[in-house]
Each structure stands twice: as structure tokens, then as C-alpha cells.
Design a binder for this molecule. Structure first.
Ligand code: ATP
Ligand code: MG
Length: 218
């Protein structure tokens, strides 16, 4: 009898550090669930749910959604996938969120992406997303086959309102002051690994070298 290992992984990194791109490669390679707080919130906004209405202005201004709202939402989202292996992306973003989630779902693996800030600023200018799926394209790096259209569905791509330069600046400031301490939280738990690079293609081989043995993939 084999015991199915359930892995709870987390990816950290500055806004637009490539978390979304690396995450989608990870969930595909290891066949695990992708739980992206940003994608889930954008989905609620698009569907104009109560939560969507509540959080909309935070996202468009590049501000963090308040901890109480965020924790309640993500704890319930993670309950839905508690029997599966998952990769959490975009949450936690504050030490309070990290503490809350540690109590209900202690994670085993934490990956931190280190990308220079000037690369990040440059990258968001060229970023397009397919809202329904969360697929991300970067002009000049992974350019869509047809400009402005999703490769899989052919539907329209859009630019996120929070990818405007002044909003990106705000998100980076918040990251520095509020989210960076989350790295230390996991460093102290001894489960953090750093991955450096300017592009996702540079980072990706390092990520699989780390994860393949853990997921027992040859
Ligand atoms: P990228 O996905 O390119 O790395 P990002 O991580 O900044 O960029 P998302 O994770 O998609 O973007 O989050 C978008 C917005 O959603 C945030 O700017 C914030 O307003 C809100 N948000 C998402 N996750 C959280 C969270 N854990 N706590 C508070 N707000 C959040
Ligand atoms: Mg994201």
C-alpha cells in the first residue's frame, strides 16, 4: 500500500515577480491545485459578488484587502482543497495572515522568488492577462500567438488596472514594508528556499531541481 503524500506549498515574491507564471508551471508539472488569492478576488469582482464589491477598490488602488476579510475568505477556500496537494499564491501577504494560516494549514514548502525591482517595473508594462483562467502573457517573453487574444480560448486579454505604473509603485512599497516580514516568518520555521533570476525561464530550472525530489518526479 502506498501512502499518498499531501503537499502544501506556498510561493512568495514581490508583485509581478513571476509568481503566477512559475505557479502555473508548478501546478501543471506536479498536478496539484493552484490557489491564487489575486485570481480568486478578481473572479469575485468580475462576477460582482458581495465580496467582489467589497474588495474592488483595494485592488484597483494596489492596496491590501484587510486581514480579517482575507483570512476568512482564504481559510474557507483552502477547506475546499484540504484533501489535495496545493500551491498557494498571493497569500499570506502579512504576518497576521501567515500566523492565521499556520494554525489551520501548516505548509511544508515555501518558495521565495527574488527578482530585481527594475525588472519588475519593466515587466508589468508588457503584461496581459486572460481573466477567466488567470493565464499571464508578457510581450517579448511569452507573447500570445495572436496579439490581445488568449492562446487556449481565443478570448480577449486585458491589462490589469493595478498594472498602471503609479499603482505598481504603490504595490511595491506595500510589499517592502508589510509583506517582506512574511519571508522571515517562514525562515524561522526552516522551510524557506530562495530562487533568484531576472526571468521566469532563469528561475524555473532551479525550482524543478528543488521540487522534483520532493514530489518524487524523475
Ligand atoms: P502578481 O500576481 O503579478 O505577482 P500580485 O501578487 O501583486 O502580482 P495578486 O496576487 O494577483 O497580484 O493580487 C492582486 C491584488 O489583490 C493585491 O494588490 C491586493 O489588492 C489583493 N490581494 C491578493 N491577495 C491578497 C492578500 N493575501 N492580502 C491582501 N490583499 C490581497
Ligand atoms: Mg498573483
Amino acid at each position: 500500500m502506498t501512502v499518498q503524500k499531501i503537499l502544501k506549498a506556498l510561493i512568495l515574491g514581490a508583485p509581478a515577480s513571476g509568481k503566477g507564471t512559475i505557479s502555473s508551471r508548478i501546478v501543471k508539472r506536479y498536478n496539484i491545485e493552484h490557489v491564487s488569492s489575486g485570481d480568486k478576488l478578481r473572479d469575485h469582482i468580475q462576477k460582482q459578488t458581495e465580496l467582489g464589491k467589497e474588495v474592488k477598490s483595494y485592488l484597483s488602488q494596489g492596496k491590501l484587502v484587510p486581514d480579517d476579510v482575507m483570512i476568512k475568505f482564504m481559510v474557507s477556500e483552502l477547506k475546499k482543497v484540504q484533501d489535495k496537494s496545493w500551491l498557494l499564491d498571493g497569500f499570506p501577504r502579512t504576518v497576521a495572515q501567515a500566523q492565521a494560516i499556520w494554525k489551520v494549514e501548516p505548509v511544508n514548502i515555501v518558495l521565495n522568488l527574488n527578482v530585481p525591482f527594475e525588472v519588475i517595473i519593466d515587466r508589468v508594462k508588457n503584461r496581459w492577462v486572460h481573466l477567466p483562467s488567470g493565464r499571464v502573457y508578457n510581450i517579448g517573453f511569452n507573447t500570445p500567438k495572436v496579439m490581445g487574444k488568449d492562446d487556449v480560448t481565443g478570448e480577449n486579454l486585458t491589462q490589469r488596472p493595478d498594472d498602471k505604473p503609479e499603482v505598481v509603485q504603490k504595490r511595491l512599497e506595500i510589499y517592502e514594508s508589510i509583506t517582506r516580514p512574511v519571508i522571515d516568518f517562514y525562515k524561522e520555521k526552516g522551510i524557506l528556499t530562495h530562487f533568484e533570476g531576472r526571468t521566469s525561464d532563469e528561475i524555473w530550472p532551479k525550482v524543478i531541481a528543488h521540487l522534483d525530489p520532493i514530489f518524487e518526479k524523475k
